[in-house]
Design a binder for this molecule. Sequence first.
Ligand SMILES: NC(=O)c1ccc[n+]([C@@H]2O[C@H](COP(=O)([O-])OP(=O)(O)OC[C@H]3O[C@@H](n4cnc5c(N)ncnc54)[C@H](O)[C@@H]3O)[C@@H](O)[C@H]2O)c1
Length: 356
Amino acid sequence: MKNINVAIIGFGFMGHEHLSMLKTIDGLNVIGISDIDKSQYEDVEASVKYYESNEVLFKDPEVDVVLISANNNQHLQLVKEAAKAGKDIICEKPVAMTVVELDEMIAVTKEHDIRFTVHHQRRLDKDYQITKTIFEEGLLGDVYLLKNSLYGFNGNMHDWHICPSEGGGMLYDWGVHLIDQILWMMPDAKIQSVYADMRNVINAEVDDYFKILLKFDNKVTAEIELGTYLLTDKNHDKWFERHWLISGNEGTAYVDGFNPQGKIVRTTRLLKNVSSRRTMTAAGPTRSFGPPGEGVLVTEPLPVVETEHRHYFENYVRAYHGQEEFLVDVYEARRVLHLMEIIRVAASTGHSQPFE
Ligand SMILES: NC(=O)c1ccc[n+]([C@@H]2O[C@H](COP(=O)([O-])OP(=O)(O)OC[C@H]3O[C@@H](n4cnc5c(N)ncnc54)[C@H](O)[C@@H]3O)[C@@H](O)[C@H]2O)c1
């Protein structure tokens, strides 16, 4: 099979990450990079071409695929130009700023018969894959609660991420991943209602906190929460927390961290059949929140999963050659984007919104 020649457009943080990753992927070959800021070329070896401009890149017949990792507000124009030049496209998330933009991208890529997919590689995160396995294998019975959360403890938002016109804000940045993870875990479940609280805690112009509640028709309620300004001076080597909590009528699982610690907790028999035990709290006695009987709670390890981000590009090579489907269908990315628009409506009105 012929190697697929890739050129990267937008060679900042993610462009550099892509170059390092793609060097390790059989069947993909990065032949060039393009950035409007030429200082981004300083640390790249001579074997990679530096294009004078995107236009020169689009005219290079050796380029099969463009990998777009420029600022969010650049994606629409770059996708349109790449498609018209006949290049296949992998676009960074959020693929577009609006559904209208994405529909324009889909139309132009269809018109020019372009393979078009989105880099939602967090579908391959280990914490997510473990939670997804627990859900799909029914390890907790009927799941009613899924919580997907990420907290930052240094108040850090940077560069264009604080500029609305460039596609800044945390919903575009991380929200898109956290939402995509939930939707991809239950692709057939319809969302009945959407509640959202979005805040500008310290950034006047872009969101830096959100809590989203999605009520699905499979009886699951998913909660997605992210905050960048939950400060602490205690975790000097730990500036974030990442958590999944998933609970069903046969147990609860805690999945904490990107390289997760955690466990599944079950009861050996239904607690409603256990005689009550009283405990004293500072606020008075309680039975519902008292301790379980001896031996009632048992724990199990989390399932073991094998997953790595490189699988995204390994799938890309196979899908490009028609051996399987692309991991990310652009209409899945469209559903995420559409939901993000409804989330903004729910947040601005203060009212839950229907969806689907
Ligand atoms: N999938 C992920 O996990 C992940 C992680 C980080 C960023 N991203 C996405 O990658 C994209 C880039 O983010 P980043 O953090 O690397 O930003 P960045 O600011 O570090 O890099 C963006 C680069 O694009 C260049 N650029 C802007 N407009 C351009 C244009 N028209 N043509 C060529 N170059 C252009 C800028 O000069 C800059 O060097 C964003 O869409 C972001 O959401 C994805």
